[in-house]
Ligand binder design. Structure first.
Ligand SMILES: *Cc1c(COP(=O)(O)O)cnc(C)c1O
Length: 393
């Protein structure tokens, strides 16, 4: 495979919606990705939080290959075993009661908004459909989830946008109290804003929002598309906040690299969704569900203990690096703010040259390593980051 050829063909035929780095990734194993020229990279991106078990984990490969060779798709007109098996495990681990499967984070959030509106409209009447989200949130790229996304930069060019979304600053309870009215059906939030700069919400704020919503029967939707499935050191980030939402969405890390999204909800919400209320041709695809089951099977107490230990090691190491002003986020969802004058995008590019793949979020560097990383992987990443940052002035 020729790097230049792959890039120029892509530029000719793929819509130019992504700012890509000039690297062609060709294969991967565990924590390592290799490019088309044979150069190896230590991967601290996991495909933006997707490859939770790293590249081509043997148990995941076996589960996916076996399912592909057995039954790859049926449509939702028939029952298959893997989706029910996965849904049961997700409900057991989260305490929620029912699952709808789709194919992405945006589709999961779209489904969550529909489920919330259905409950509220059925229960309180047609006008109770307002959804409050937080400033700087990110919920996806479909029209409704783009509207839900609390960043003005996304609210141009593609209108008209769906109505009755409102935005309040994260952490400002008084603003939320003021925005919530008799037509409010749900508050939707990320507990750690990912694309918005890796910023965790304040626990006290989350508790006040939850209590307020419970009192008014406003549904709480937690977008765990990025934070869920072990990323923060617990299966759900909600567990850090002792939060029991009505609806939780999952996607990125769930399938271990295959496209799957899930809307998890309590019985109160689930009871309003009837045959025909919602659907997805690919939803609950057996191969994607088999991949997700392999991820969940790996994710026992020892696995999560490693996530927490590596997160502590990584955060302590990062705090000691030159030019690091703040380390944010939760668990293995890490944001790094640098001293003035040091641009995260430049650090990212220099890391890539030095053989370490990392991400950015707003002005911060962002690390989302596969959850299988070892102490040595953390040390190796810290060494590369140190060498890059020592060269910055
Ligand atoms: C990535 C992300 C989404 C969108 O997921 P897609 O699979 O790209 O549609 C939604 N919410 C959060 C919090 C995300 O991080």
């Amino acid at each position: 495979m020729n790097t230049e050829k792959v890039i120029s063909r892509d530029n000719d035929y793929i819509l130019h919606t992504y700012g890509r780095s000039q690297v062609v990734l060709a294969e991967g194993e565990g924590m390592t990705a290799r490019d088309a020229d044979g150069k190896s990279y230590l991967d601290f991106t996991s495909g933006i939080g997707v490859n939770s078990l790293g590249y081509c984990h043997p148990a995941w490969v076996r589960a996916v290959a076996d399912q592909a060779a057995t039954l790859q798709h049926t449509s939702n007109l028939y029952y298959t075993a893997p989706d029910g098996k996965l849904a049961k495990k997700l409900c057991r681990r989260t305490g929620l009661d029912a699952v709808f499967f789709g194919n992405s984070g945006a589709e999961a959030n779209e489904g969550a908004i529909k489920c919330a509106r259905k409950y509220s409209v059925d229960t309180y009447g047609e006008s109770r459909n307002k959804v409050i989200t937080l400033v700087n949130s990110f919920h996806g790229r479909t029209l409704a989830t783009l509207t839900a996304t609390g960043q003005d930069v996304f609210h141009h060019d593609f209108g008209p946008f769906p109505g009755n979304f409102d935005y309040v600053p994260a952490g400002d309870f008084a603003a939320l109290e003021k925005a919530a009215d008799k037509n409010t059906c749900a508050v939707m939030m990320e507990l750690v804003q990912g694309e918005g700069g890796v910023v965790a919400l304040d626990a006290d704020y989350v508790a006040r929002v939850a209590a307020f919503c419970r009192e008014k029967d406003i549904l709480v939707i937690v977008d765990e598309v990025q934070t869920g499935v072990g990323r923060t050191g617990k299966f759900l980030a909600c567990e850090h906040f002792d939060l029991h939402p009505d609806i939780v969405t999952l996607a990125k890390g769930l399938g271990g690299g295959l496209p799957i999204g899930a809307v998890l909800m309590n019985k109160k919400v689930a009871d309003h969704m009837k045959p025909g209320s919602h659907g997805s041709t690919f939803g609950g695809n057996p191969v994607c569900c088999a991949g997700a089951l392999a991820v969940l099977d790996e994710m026992d107490d020892d696995f999560l203990a490693n996530v927490n230990e590596r997160a502590a090691q990584l955060r302590a190491g990062l705090a000691k690096l030159p030019h690091v002003r703040e380390v944010s986020g939760l668990g293995l969802m890490v944001g790094i703010a640098f001293d003035d004058g040091i641009k995260a995008a430049d650090v990212r590019a220099a890391c890539e040259k030095a053989g370490l793949l990392v991400l950015t979020a707003k002005t911060r560097l962002r690390l989302l390593p596969p959850l299988i990383l070892t102490a040595d992987d953390v040390d190796d990443a810290l060494a590369i980051l140190r060498s890059v940052l020592e060269k910055c002035v």
